[in-house]
Each structure stands twice: as C-alpha cells, then as structure tokens.
Design a protein around this ligand. Structure first.
Ligand SMILES: [Fe+2]
Length: 429
C-alpha cells in the first residue's frame, strides 16, 4: 500500500477545491447533494435513448461499448437497455437470462447528450465547481458504466480527465496507483495482478461520490457479483489542451471523437487531395508549390484567421459555451408544435439566455448550448427576456407586445419557438 482514500461525509465545492482538487482522491460517503446531479429515472431514460439507434439498425452505436467476458460486441442484438425494461433492474434480469450469468460491461459515452433533464441537473450541480476553478473550455464528459464486469474493460490506465464517479446501484471498487506501476512501454494493462500490492482502493455504493485527479492510474472493479451502475464525469486537465480548444474554435467536432485522439487535419475540407509532392522536375528540384492537400488547409486556416471572419465564430462559440455550462454537446433541440398567442411561456430558471451583435448587425442568441440568429435589437431582447423571466408564465401575445411593433413581433415569435426547441423556454398549461 502506498496511499489511501480519505472519506468525507459532507460536501461543499469550496472545501473540495481547497483540499482535494488536482491533489488527491477523496470519497464522499452519502453526501447530501443539492441539486442531486443524477437521478435513477433520468439515468435509465438516457441509457435507453443512447441505445435507440441500435434498435433501428442492430449495430452497436459508436458511442456505446458492450463487452462480454472481455470480448467487445459489434452487433447490439438485444444487449442494450430498452424502454420495455422499465428500469435497470428490469434490464439486469433480462440480461441475466440472456447471458446465462456471464460477466458483461456496458459503457455509454457522451451520456449527458441523451437526456435534457439529466443534462440540466448535471450542469446546475457542476456550476458550483466552475465558479471556483473556471469553465472547462472543451467541456466535461459524461460516461455511463453498468454491468457485472470483473474490472473495467480498458484495464489499468490514466486519463487526461479528473474524474467524479457517482455511484447509483450496486457496489464498485476503484483501485488507484499514484504513479504508473509498470515500466513496460504500454499505456494500459488488463492483467495487473502483479501490481495490486502497490495500489490502494476505495469502495463506492449508491449515493457515494468518488473523485480522483487526472494524475492517478486506476481501474474499476466489481465489489460484488451483482450488477453495479455509476456515472462518471471527466473534467479535462492534461494534454493537448490548446489543440483541442483550437479545434473546437474552428469547427463543431463530432461528439463521438471527444474522448479519443483528434487532430486538425480531419476538420479541414481536403481529405481527398494528394498530400505527396510530385517527384523532382527535369532540373532535379521539387516544385515550389505545395501539394493541394497541404496548401488547401493553409488557405482555409489563413482565411479563418482574418479577424472579421473569425469574430462571428468566436462570438457563437463563446455564447454556446457559456450557456452549455461545461457540458457540450448539449442534448439536441426538439421540435415543439407551433406557438399560439394564448400559449403560456416562461424561461427555464436554470437556462441562461445570452446574446451579442454579429458582424451583419443581427443578434446571435444562445441558450442551453445552442444558438440562433434574430433581427431583434438589444432593447427588444432585453424586454423579451425580462418578460420571460417574470415569476409567472406569460401569454405569447403579451410577450410579443413587449417588443417593437411591426416586423420585430414576427421575429420575436420565431425566436421564442427556437428558444423553446432549445429547452430554454417552457410551455405551461
Ligand atoms: Fe478512466
């Protein structure tokens, strides 16, 4: 043993940051969290939603992994949670029969994108951390771990993320090493029995929260043979920070790539162009011109770097980032039915609505990590958002009266519909 995990029973972000953030693992035993970031119902709903594409085409979604006795499955069949299961208990009993008791692991990445209520609660809870340490520019990640696996499929490893593990069901053990326990040139180890004596561990049950900094090597183990469920939130701390941040400034990145390696070249629009130079000319020299595969990305980046062109993108990304509250990508917008004048609306108190002028004189407006453009001017935006945040829901007709007459009212109706589709404005009956 070369360490142990301190146990706390009360939780506050200020004490946590003072004593543990980037310093040491800590276990919070059944702390009362307000608001509780993960409710069992939200988590199951998100797991079902995250499995939905598999039920349509039978393939394992790119954001999900199902491992059976150490073998990863490419075909989903009926291995993923479904609405008919009703709960994780229902899913577990179906799988127990289906898999004949064999050990399995379900991992769903980008987990917060699959349920707006879960996303909103998680964002509200972590706002207290961002107030102290700052918003993570490239966003925190959320991952569901569920199953009866002996140890997490990847084995012992280290992440570029600091991790908060929220125990929901069953018991799990996390095993830690403060330094890499092996000398071989490998980044993970599935068979780690030889290194167990140098590790220390913490057991986590329902309602517990375990934190460990990005420096610690770790592996998750089942503490019992019963299924266990947890949600992990990873906050980026190490490696490639500037690279990741530059990428997200230039283009919207596929959420499935957020946890893996990535590079600027996949974002630039010239995948097919040759990157190899033609051979030397008759005079023995290479052409002075770059191959198209290199010159096109240079032109793209050069054009992007012009301040007038970049300004709108910087504004858009900033507004989306602030309103996403550290958890991007946000759940996708929905399509509510058209708004009638008599519908009652109110802003979601957890959603911030932010706006700024763009270079065309329009207004960029963002909420819940999404953005839209509107011709409404600043004074109309102020009137509209003030009316939306009053203590009681307000009729659409009254909200429209808050802005200047004429074309602005049509624009205000369109904006309200967009804000409702983002989940930032709610309809009340
Ligand atoms: Fe990890």
């Amino acid at each position: 043993m070369n360490g142990s995990v301190p146990v706390e029973t009360t939780f506050s972000w200020s004490t946590f940051v003072q004593k543990y953030w980037d310093r040491s693992p800590v276990l919070f035993r059944s702390p009362s969290l307000s608001p509780a970031p993960f409710a069992a119902g939200d988590v199951f709903r998100a797991a079902v939603h995250g499995s939905r594409s598999a039920r349509l085409d039978g393939h394992m979604p790119s954001h999900a992994q199902f491992t059976l006795e150490r073998m990863q499955r490419d075909v989903a069949h009926d291995l993923l949670p479904a609405a008919e299961d009703g709960s994780f208990d229902g899913y577990d009993s179906r799988l127990a029969t289906r898999l004949d008791g064999r050990r399995h692991a379900l991992v769903i990445n980008s987990f917060h994108t699959f349920d707006p209520a879960l996303w909103s609660r998680e964002r509200t809870f972590f706002a207290g951390l961002w107030d102290i340490v700052g918003l993570p520019l490239t966003g925190a990640i959320t991952t569901l771990f569920h199953g009866t696996y002996e140890h997490s499929p990847v084995g012992v490893h280290k992440d570029r993320f600091a991790t908060f593990m929220f125990g929901l069901r069953g018991r799990k053990r996390m095993r830690f090493w403060s330094h890499r326990p092996w000398d071989e040139p490998v980044s993970t180890k599935v068979d780690y029995a030889d290194h167990r004596s140098e590790s220390f561990a913490a057991e986590i049950g329902p309602g517990d929260v375990l934190y460990w900094p990005a420096d610690y090597y770790h592996v998750g183990e089942s503490a019992t043979t019963a299924p266990a469920t947890s949600v992990n939130v990873g906050v980026p701390r190490h490696d490639h920070h500037v690279g990741y941040e530059l990428e997200t400034l230039i283009a919207d990145i596929d959420p499935d790539r957020l946890t893996g390696g990535s590079s600027l070249d996949t974002l630039l629009p010239c995948h097919e162009a040759p990157v190899a130079a033609a051979g030397p000319r008759a005079d023995g020299l290479l052409s002075a011109a770059l191959p198209e595969g290199l010159s096109a990305p240079v032109r793209t980046l050069h054009a992007f770097a012009q301040p007038d062109r970049m300004a709108d993108r910087v504004t858009t990304v900033s507004l989306r980032r602030w309103t996403a509250g550290g958890f991007e990508p946000a759940p996708a917008p929905v399509s509510p039915p058209p708004l009638a004048d008599t519908d009652l609306l109110r802003a979601d108190p957890h959603a911030q609505i932010l706006w700024a002028r763009d270079s065309n004189g329009s207004t960029l407006c963002a909420a819940n990590g999404h953005h839209t453009t509107t011709p409404l001017k600043n004074s109309d935006m102020l009137q509209l958002t003030e009316a939306l945040t009053s203590t009681r829901p307000v009729e659409v007709a009254a909200l429209l009266e808050a802005v200047s007459p004429g074309l602005q009212r049509g624009a205000a109706r369109t904006l309200l519909q967009r804000l409702e589709s983002f989940g930032a404005v709610r309809r009340h009956s």
